[in-house]
Design a protein around this ligand. Structure first.
Ligand SMILES: *Cc1c(COP(=O)(O)O)cnc(C)c1O
Length: 400
């Protein structure tokens, strides 16, 4: 539940808007930094989860690196203070200008996803008379036990180089003179909750694949295991800071050598969702309570254009009635909570049990900090929801 003190401060703000708890973000980033030191891992925040300047500034100020998936993300990460030496750039379809911008800025690595891309990066680096640092993203053919649209490590997915090309890949890397091949990259999916099982499987595949390439005479100095740690959407307050410890420990243990030593390569991870999901809430106002034939609809002024995850992946977000906090003891009712956009998939939740709700109530759609505002669009010519940030004392820091 959101802090009741914040309610007074936000009730006059025009809805819908994204509300960010900067203290929770700060605590989350601190925990990630603490564990990255404990387990000796380098962390690159996946910028695509939330690219708001204020959020990037907070994350960069704690020394994390960035994982980007477009040229614009790379340039923006640099602008917000992420050092070039800590920026990785992934994506299956990097264009020539994006590659050139990344190489010119001397970022840590371009995570190449195909053989033709490796050749293009090599030729662009040659043209610029320099060398480009690269990782090669591998498709390890592992099921992340998550939604079909957010699984990325199966051979049927478009990501990474698959096993049938490993020989050709090793040959190509030996030939490219303008590349500084640093290591292997993996990212098998998102919102992974089966952490110990899925990541232990990934680690054992990673060990086999590393041995294969070392056997081909390539030096693997770094291994990047990507992101994917899931968060609790059903009960966001039970664990506001996700369980990074289990994730980091599973990875560190899973990659130990047979004799129990830490691996010879440096480990990297790229969490996105797990850092920012819980600090964001989409705040919306109830415009109508509508009695259907056999259900009651609560119609909010936020819609799928503001937060597309439910419509896109059938994702669950907890919905709360903030105004009901000031009416203790009100009866509970069953509602379908829906947005105003002209699409039947514009639904926040069906059959949700909420306190009796009225026109004008402020509602909270929780865990909206990741893949929320970044995916917003102006469908139906609706305005983009702005962001409001507050600190640990419930003071509004910034509003736009
Ligand atoms: C999206 C993405 C991530 C972050 O995934 P999360 O599930 O948000 O942690 C990390 N690495 C790559 C390559 C990605 O595309």
């Amino acid at each position: 539940m959101l802090d009741i003190n914040i309610l007074d401060k936000i009730k006059e703000i025009r809805t819908p808007f994204y509300l960010y708890d900067m203290e929770l973000l700060e605590n989350t980033v601190r925990e990630v930094v603490r564990l990255s030191e404990k387990y000796g891992m380098e962390v690159h925040y996946a910028v695509k989860a939330n690219a708001n300047a204020r959020i990037l500034d907070c994350i960069a100020s704690h020394g994390l690196g960035a994982d980007c998936v477009s040229g614009n993300e790379v340039l923006f990460a640099l602008e917000r203070g992420f050092p070039a030496g800590k920026i990785a750039f992934s994506g299956v379809g990097k264009t020539d200008w994006e590659i050139e911008a990344a190489v010119r800025n001397g970022i840590f690595s371009l995570n190449c996803e195909s053989l033709p891309e490796i050749e293009v990066v090599d030729s662009i680096a040659r043209k610029l008379n320099t060398r480009a640092g690269i990782f090669v993203r591998i498709n390890p053919n592992i099921d992340a036990h998550t939604h079909k649209y957010i699984t990325t490590g199966l051979e049927e997915n478009k990501f990474g180089v698959s096993e049938h090309e490993f020989d050709a890949l090793a040959d190509l890397l030996q030939r490219c003179e303008h590349l500084d091949f640093k290591g292997l990259h993996f990212h098998i999916g998102s919102q992974i909750l089966d952490v110990e099982d899925v990541y232990a499987t990934e680690c054992s595949r990673v060990r086999d694949i590393v041995s294969y390439f070392e056997g081909k005479g390539l030096r693997i100095a770094h291994v990047d295991l990507g992101g994917g740690l899931g968060v609790d959407y059903t009960d966001p307050d039970s664990r506001p800071v996700p369980d990074f410890e289990t994730w980091f420990r599973t990875l560190a243990e899973g990659l130990r050598t047979d004799s129990g030593h830490a691996p010879s390569y440096r480990l990297h991870v790229e969490p996105g969702r797990s850092i920012v999901a819980q600090c964001g809430t989409l705040v919306t106002r109830l415009i109508y309570v509508k009695h259907g034939a056999d259900k009651t609809f609560l119609i909010t002024d936020a819609g799928m254009n503001d937060l597309i995850r439910p419509a896109l992946y059938g994702a669950y977000h907890k919905v709360e009635n903030l105004s009901a906090l000031t009416r203790p003891g009100s009866a509970e009712k069953k509602y379908d909570v829906v947005g105003p956009v002209c699409e039947s998939s514009d639904v926040w939740g069906e059959g949700r049990i909420l306190p009796e709700s009225f026109r004008g109530d402020l509602m909270a759609i929780r865990s909206a900090g990741a893949y929320g505002q970044v995916m917003a669009c102006r469908y139906n010519m609706r305005d983009l929801a702005p962001a409001v940030y507050y600190d640990g004392k419930g003071e509004i820091l910034e509003q736009y």
